[in-house]
Design a protein around this ligand. Structure first.
Ligand SMILES: Cc1ncc(COP(=O)(O)O)c(C=O)c1O
Length: 412
């Protein structure tokens, strides 16, 4: 008997990432950690396979006062968090615009609110064809549909043409469009839009906006601090003086930047040339927070505020994060150079936690890799590898193992 309401029926959580991880954990139980390569989870593990918490973050978090640890927080977020999260996220590249923030339950919470409050029920939301699978779940659960444009053209450059034509097509049938772009260090490819890609995206949005229809750009910056590129925030300045019917929402997260995944803290940062749109942003999203989770983790917000208000502390956090960033870069370098040597095709990786091998038989390849005790995540059109989570010693030879698995599957 279906007891769930009609709109809720048929929803079954099927998270491929957690599913693949469960298989890896089972294999570790059987064969031991050393024998298993678990490249499923998007968390930072050091070379002993231990979950990393940046030491200074841990120190600050553990020193949060008891009232701040256990007390309720304002629904909108702690005042010092709200200003510091803007300063931290935008860095030296604050656009010339009205800017406000709302505390959210991680970056996921920011995406949830953006979808709920900036698209109509039944609307199509747009993102890239390579995307973090929860985007679809978030849209479906909010009674929206997710449609995609091709992230890459035939030369593996940003596909502006498809971005533009899909946006136009959606705007033909809707009064507004919500577009989610995950950059820099995109999950699952590791791609980052270049400054000129951004110029083109913004020019294109400006031209669509001339119809008078509304465009909301959600920039998912979950991996912003894992690019190794000092200029990775530069594109934020391009959000200056946009027409009032282009609204930007940054989805920021403490999960990766502060290694605080389970503390569920992030923010949505609204950017607009229109003050009223920003006042509305604060109101509608605070309302939705009340209706969704009420207030979020006060201790985690305090941790961010404490770190960001203390320059030496912040510098120490950045230094510690950079050490792990180098670890990730080293792992990715081994893989990408071996892949190139043996002719294994990978999507254009620039930075970040993940790398992807495109394929039209991802499930079979992942299953084949299980024979070698390698656990990766099958996506719709490829196999994702969490560079962040695999010890460096697992990388030499991995490209070859994957290539052999592909060849074995192709022979079947
Ligand atoms: C692309 C992307 N966006 C957003 C998030 C949000 O993470 P959280 O809700 O933990 O902040 C993640 C986490 O894996 C992600 O990969």
């Amino acid at each position: 008997m279906n007891m769930a309401a009609s709109h809720a029926r048929g929803k079954v959580p099927a998270d491929k990432i957690f599913g693949a991880n469960a298989k890896a954990v089972e294999a570790i139980g059987k064969y031991g950690k050393d024998k298993v390569t678990n490249g499923t989870q998007g968390v930072l593990l050091d070379d002993t396979g231990t979950l990393v918490c940046l030491p200074t973050v841990e120190k600050v978090l553990r020193n949060v006062s008891t009232p701040d640890l256990i007390g309720y927080a304002p629904i909108r977020g702690l005042a010092d968090f709200l200003t510091n999260v803007i300063d931290f996220t935008l860095g030296d590249y604050r656009p010339d615009a009205y800017i406000q923030s709302i505390a959210t339950a991680g970056g996921c919470g920011a995406l949830h609110h953006a979808i709920w409050n900036y698209s109509e029920i039944g609307d199509t939301v747009l993102t890239t064809d390579w995307f973090w699978s929860p985007y679809r779940v978030l849209c479906k659960d909010a009674l929206r549909q997710l449609d995609v444009f091709a992230l890459f053209d035939e030369n593996n450059n940003f596909n502006l043409q498809n971005f533009s034509s899909k946006t136009a097509a959606v705007l033909q049938k809707q009064e507004s469009v919500l577009i989610i772009l995950n950059t820099p260090a995109h999950n699952p490819t590791g791609y980052s839009l270049s400054d000129s890609d951004w110029d083109a995206v913004i020019d294109d949005c400006r031209s669509h906006a001339k119809t008078g229809k509304r465009i909301t750009l959600v920039v998912d910056v979950a991996y912003l601090d894992f690019t190794g590129n000092a200029d990775s925030r530069k594109f934020f300045q391009k959000f200056s003086n946009l027409p009032p019917n282009i609204f930007v929402i940054m989805a920021a997260s403490m999960s990766k930047s502060f290694t605080m995944y389970g503390q569920r803290t992030g923010a949505m940062i609204g950017i607009s040339s229109d003050q009223e749109a920003i006042t509305e942003f604060v109101n509608v999203n605070e309302y939705t927070s009340r209706a969704t989770w009420s207030n979020i983790n006060r201790g985690a917000m305090k941790t961010l505020a404490t770190i960001c208000q203390d320059k030496p502390l912040l510098a120490q956090v950045q230094k510690e994060r950079n050490e792990f960033l180098q670890l990730i870069q080293g792992r990715a370098a081994i893989f990408t150079s071996e892949a190139q040597q043996i002719g294994l095709n990978i999507l254009p990786y620039i930075a970040g936690f993940f790398l992807t091998v495109p394929s039209d038989r991802p499930e079979e390849i992942c299953n084949k890799l299980h024979d070698a005790n390698v656990f990766l995540v099958p996506l719709d059109k490829g196999v994702r590898m969490a560079v962040c989570a695999m010890p460096t010693n697992k990388f030499p030879g991995l490209a070859k193992t994957i290539k052999e698995a592909i060849q074995a599957v192709e022979k079947q």
